[in-house]
Structure formats: structure tokens, C-alpha cells
Design a protein around this ligand. Structure first.
Ligand SMILES: *Cc1c(COP(=O)(O)O)cnc(C)c1O
Length: 456
């Protein structure tokens, strides 16, 4: 007779019958298989990334890329002395991005954990460059401000709070979800460290009027002698526009665009933790922010908020660049756009929805809201019903001030969303609406459970 302990070791794992450790540091360890299965079983209950149409972040990479990642998880990116090739591959990626973004000459940039770190660093450089300009003129440096629209990601306000800069936020309006030069102009003065414009907003996927803002800044430079730099937050858009809208003007081809961030883990098509910051010219990076250290055996320049981090995602990014090239990225973006267009057409033809701004340059997504009067339920009800019935995660959210009475839904149509799935989603949305037509809106408590952000 085997004891129950032996039987468990032979046939099962401990957590079939025991709670998972969660409050105190475990006294005893467990077998590797037990630990692995404990985690796997816990994670099974999470959302299915394939049905997560809320996130901008990559949920699929091809097997060869996964292999590169798995085989390089042990490389510490910051250790340039030990891993100089990884560092060189980072610089190759920076040069390729600078080329993609039409940088006029030699440039500089770096990998980051994502666009948030890239924005913190880029905005810090704006602040430092502004300080240099002010100090050179013997003027005060205690009231810096940064101008951006209400359509930005939360990281911009975070930067302002963390690094003590006054945010000057241009409010949105009903039916106007991006900003342009006329909105920006009244907020600019000698203490403006820069203007941030978005290429592909998280809310509706559109771009601010970047050429218009660039022209405004050029005019101000010649009229008032104020050289205010423009930073483009291309977290999503900077990997979409070069391929879908190559004739659109938004990058270093515009003179006041001094720095650009992009998330490798969004439309760069790499798994999370990779972003990029690229400067127009070397002189756009404030030299004061670069630290030189030789802890790891060789003097090295670092411009980063973190220190140690994995090299695998840098390598995966390079893999994608050489694997896909311009024609590969163009193919993938167009395929997503085509399926997004089909979804938009389906939703419009259903008669229930209006689609927001799909006649404009946009990320491959569909932003939509109920058309006409559906007083018995709203977009949040549909999001909840759709998730409950079919497991699709399609967020509903209100737009930022002063468009906060507008509620919309947004579906990202990614690489893995096939035409067949588009048709299925269309049907599932229709079914969710039919359920709601019959029973009315969901309850507050039900709704609390699907309160999701606007995606990341
Ligand atoms: C996602 C996003 C960010 C933040 O990027 P992370 O890579 O998630 O840190 C910033 N700005 C915009 C416009 C975004 O879409």
C-alpha cells in the first residue's frame, strides 16, 4: 500500500488538495513540478490573451522569436562589458528606427522598459535642455511647464507630478478627440519645456495635428525667439504610420520634432518589456543626464531609469526588424487594417453602432458607440455581456475632459485576429445586444466586475 504522501508524489501534485501559499514566506519548498503546476493552474483562470481586444500589447510571436527569447533570458542587458553584442544590437535597432523616422543625420537613443520609461527620459531631457537655455540667459528655472492634450496616456501627467513640472493640459471637446496648433498656442510661454503630441491615441487611435503644431512652433521660434521642442508620443503609432500612412508628416522630417518614443511591445510586435526613445540629433539629449560608471569592468554611459534588465526583448526586436523588414511590417499592418475595416463595416451595417473616425488616419482598431437612443443599456453593459457570454474583452470607457459624457468601446484588431474571428465577434456583439434588448442593462455590481481601463 502506498501512503497518501507517496501516492501524491507519484500521481498528483500537492495543490490538488491544498491551498496555495500566499501570506507567509513558505517554511518548506516543494518539487519543481509541483511549483510549476501550482502556477499553471492559477494562471489558467486569467483572461485569454487571444480574446483580449483591449490591450495594445503583443500577445503572439512566432516560434522562432520565442526561441530567441527563451534562449537569452539569462543575459543582463546593462552589462555591456560582458554582453557587448547585445549592446551593439540595441544600437542597430536605434539606428534603424532613426532611419525609419527620417532622422537627418547621426542620432542617439536607447531601449527602455516601454514607452513610459522612454517618455520619462525624453521629458527629462526636455526639462534639462530648457534649464540649460534659461541658465545661459540668466533667467529663472523654477516654473517649468509642459503642454499636451487631454488625449495623452496617463504617463505624461505622471511625469509632471514625479518631476515637478506644471502640466498644461488642453481639454478635448465633444466630437474633437485630438489637439492642434490653435489649442496649443495659448499655453506656450518662455517656461514651456516642450509640447507632447500623440501619434495614435489610446482613446480613438487618431493623431494630433503634428504638422500643424510643428508649424506653430516654427512660427514662434521666428517671431518670439522661443525654441520649443516637440516630442512625439508614438507608443502605438510610430510602428504603424511608417507602414500604413508613409506619406503622412509626423516624424523627424518636421524640424521641431526633437524626440520620439515608441513601444516595441505594441505594434513593434514584441512581447512586453521593450520600448524605444530616439532623439533627432545627439545634442537633443541633455548630456547632464548621462552617467558614466565602470562597475562592470568597462566605462559605460547609461541613460536609463532602471539598471539591470533582460536583453531578450532587445534581441527579439532586432529579430522582428530583420525578419519582417519594411515589407513584412507593411503586410502585417495592412492585414490588421483590412480586418479592422471589415469589423467597422459590420458594426455600422448592423444599424446599432456608429464608428468613430475610420475615415481618418488611425491605428488598426475600431472605436465605436451605440447609435441613437438605447436608454435601457449602454456600452458598459455591452462590454459586460460580451465578456460574460463569449469571453471577449472589449473595453467601454468615457473620454477625458471635456468629452467625458462620450462613452465608447474599442476593439483592437491584431495580427492573430482572423477574418473568421472578426465575423464571429460581429455576431457575438449582436447576440449580446439581443440579450440586453430582452433583459435591459446589467446591474451595477455586474458592471463593477468588468471595469477595465482603456488598455495599455
Ligand atoms: C501605451 C502607451 C503609453 C505607455 O506605454 P508603455 O509601453 O505601456 O509604457 C504611452 N503613450 C501612449 C500613446 C500609449 O499608447
Amino acid at each position: 500500500m502506498t501512503t497518501s504522501h507517496e501516492a501524491e508524489a507519484l500521481f498528483g501534485n500537492r495543490f490538488l488538495t491544498e491551498r496555495a501559499p500566499s501570506t507567509t514566506f513558505p517554511e518548506n519548498g516543494m518539487r519543481p513540478t509541483d511549483a510549476m503546476r501550482l502556477l499553471a493552474e492559477d494562471l489558467n483562470l486569467e483572461g485569454d490573451p487571444q480574446r483580449n481586444l483591449a490591450t495594445f500589447v503583443t500577445t503572439w510571436m512566432e516560434p522562432e522569436a520565442q526561441r530567441i527569447i527563451a534562449e537569452n533570458l539569462h543575459r543582463n542587458f546593462i552589462d555591456h562589458a560582458e554582453y557587448p553584442i547585445s549592446a551593439e544590437i540595441e544600437q542597430r535597432c536605434v539606428r534603424m528606427l532613426a532611419d525609419l523616422f527620417h532622422a537627418p543625420g547621426e542620432t542617439t537613443g536607447c531601449r527602455t522598459q516601454g514607452s513610459s520609461e522612454a517618455i520619462m527620459l525624453g521629458a527629462l531631457s526636455l526639462k534639462w535642455k530648457w534649464k540649460e537655455r534659461r541658465e545661459a540667459e540668466n533667467r529663472s528655472t523654477d516654473r517649468p511647464n509642459l503642454v499636451f492634450g487631454g488625449d495623452v496616456h496617463v504617463v505624461w501627467e505622471k511625469f509632471c507630478r514625479y518631476f515637478d513640472v506644471e502640466p498644461r493640459i488642453v481639454p478635448l471637446e465633444k466630437d474633437k478627440y485630438t489637439i492642434g496648433p490653435a489649442d496649443v498656442e495659448p499655453h506656450l510661454d518662455e517656461n514651456t519645456i516642450g509640447v507632447a503630441a500623440v501619434l495614435g491615441t489610446t482613446f480613438t487611435g487618431h493623431m494630433d495635428d503634428i504638422p500643424g503644431i510643428n508649424q506653430l512652433l516654427l512660427d514662434i521660434k521666428s517671431r518670439r525667439g522661443l525654441d520649443i521642442p516637440l516630442h512625439v508620443d508614438g507608443a502605438s503609432g510610430a510602428f504603424v504610420w511608417p507602414f500604413l500612412h508613409p506619406d503622412s508628416q509626423w516624424d523627424f522630417a518636421l524640424e521641431q520634432v526633437r524626440s520620439i518614443n515608441v513601444s516595441g511591445h505594441k505594434y513593434g510586435l514584441v512581447y512586453p518589456g521593450i520600448g524605444w526613445l530616439v532623439f533627432r540629433e545627439k545634442s537633443d539629449l541633455a548630456e547632464d543626464l548621462v552617467f558614466y560608471e565602470n562597475y562592470l569592468g568597462k566605462t559605460d554611459a547609461t541613460f536609463t531609469l532602471n539598471f539591470s534588465t533582460g536583453a531578450a526583448m532587445v534581441l527579439a526586436q532586432y529579430y522582428n526588424f530583420v525578419r519582417l523588414g519594411r515589407d513584412g511590417y507593411t503586410y502585417v499592418m495592412k492585414q490588421m487594417q483590412q480586418n479592422a475595416n471589415t469589423l467597422a463595416t459590420n458594426l455600422r451595417e448592423s444599424g446599432r453602432f456608429e464608428v468613430i473616425g475610420d475615415d481618418l488616419e488611425q491605428l488598426p482598431l475600431v472605436a465605436f458607440r451605440l447609435a441613437g437612443d438605447h436608454a435601457s443599456y449602454d456600452e458598459s453593459d455591452i462590454a459586460w455581456q460580451l465578456s460574460a457570454e463569449r469571453g471577449w474583452m472589449v473595453p467601454a470607457y468615457t473620454l477625458p475632459p471635456n468629452a467625458q459624457e462620450v462613452k465608447i468601446m474599442r476593439a483592437l484588431v491584431k495580427e492573430t485576429m482572423s477574418r473568421e474571428q472578426v465575423e464571429r465577434l460581429t455576431q457575438d456583439i449582436a447576440d449580446a445586444c439581443t440579450t440586453l434588448d430582452e433583459k435591459g442593462g446589467t446591474t451595477q455590481t455586474e458592471r463593477q466586475q468588468v471595469k477595465r481601463g482603456t488598455g495599455y
